[in-house]
Design a protein around this ligand. Structure first.
Ligand SMILES: *[C@@H]1O[C@H](CO)[C@@H](O)[C@H](O)[C@H]1NC(C)=O
Ligand SMILES: *[C@@H]1O[C@H](CO)[C@@H](O)[C@H](O)[C@H]1NC(C)=O
Ligand SMILES: CC(=O)N[C@H]1CO[C@H](CO)[C@@H](O)[C@@H]1O
Length: 255
């Protein structure tokens, strides 16, 4: 083989190899890792997609992202992401003209917003397992969920600015006592009202149930300035708050 032919063969081979490598990378990023843990690049992109709702409904986190989600939830990144959301919420709230008639409200969701169920998910696979309602309800009834630090601070600051706070949760009336107990123990000392699902709400999609409750509040003359939740179904639907704030939650998606 002549030297030039050898060189051009080498060139063709390396072009094929680099095309194959970039194809493989594209496939990996678009389909997710085929096996095992540790593909942080894909998992971080998936997390962004889930948080922005580009992913739409998902039942469990992607196979291979268990380690990533565990590290995200237990690390500084989750605390920092939550703190930035709270800071942006506060900046908006400080610009609101609070009237002082008790009708300026801010809505908070409860689970993964005011309270963190991380202790439950630490022993239940961080969203990698199908949701087990029985086991989750047992955990809720223990009333051991700690506050999400950034939300507790925001809550205090909003009260200081003169807002009324309303807690609107997908938890059911039967869980009222456990919820009140734990909100109080976690540091949430007062609220305008705590709205839980009544019997007639059971089976409703979260977005429909929460929108109906917001409509009732507006009909009673309340002005819903802000709404904080970790699920899009806490925030979307009509009527919406003037500003909605999405907290991070890569562990589950509620429709
Ligand atoms: C769900 O949790 C309950 C209570 O902890 C348990 O008895 C049951 O086996 C679990 N179901 C599944 C499908 O894992
Ligand atoms: C909730 O607590 C009140 C007392 O504060 C009690 O009367 C009521 O029975 C409790 N409800 C449930 C479902 O445990
Ligand atoms: C973290 C926290 O405040 N947990 C409390 C939740 O409420 C129960 C009482 O129902 C307390 O025992 C926990 O300490």
């Amino acid at each position: 083989m002549g030297f030039l032919r050898f060189l051009s063969l080498l060139f063709v081979l390396s072009a094929i190899a680099s095309a194959a490598a970039s194809q493989a990378l594209l496939r990996m990023v678009s389909e997710g890792p085929s096996s095992g843990d540790g593909d942080d690049l894909y998992c971080d992109s998936w997390r962004l997609s889930a948080e922005t709702n580009n992913a739409g409904y998902w039942k469990t986190i992607p196979a291979g992202c268990l380690q990533f989600v565990a590290e995200y939830m237990n690390g500084d990144r989750f605390l920092s992401d939550s703190a930035v959301v709270a800071a942006e919420s506060l900046a908006f709230a400080q610009a609101v003209q609070v009237v002082g008639d008790g009708k300026d409200i801010w809505i908070f969701d409860v689970d993964e917003t005011l309270l963190s169920n991380l202790p439950y998910y630490v022993v239940n696979g961080y969203g990698s397992e199908d949701f087990n309602e029985t086991a989750f309800d047992e955990w809720v009834n223990l009333a051991k969920a700690p506050a999400l630090p950034a939300s507790l601070r925001l809550y205090e600051e909003l009260l200081g600015l003169g807002f009324q706070v309303v807690f609107l949760t997908g938890r059911v009336e039967a869980q009222r006592n456990a919820t009140v107990e734990n909100l109080s123990f976690a540091g949430y000392h007062s609220w305008n009202r705590l709205i839980l699902r009544e019997a007639s709400d059971i089976g409703k999609k979260a977005a429909a149930y929460k929108s109906e409750r917001r409509a009732e509040l507006e009909a009673q003359g309340y002005r819903i300035h802000g709404n904080s939740g970790d699920q899009w179904s806490d925030l979307l639907g009509s009527p919406m708050a003037m500003r909605s704030f999405k907290l991070p939650n890569p562990m589950y998606y509620i429709q």
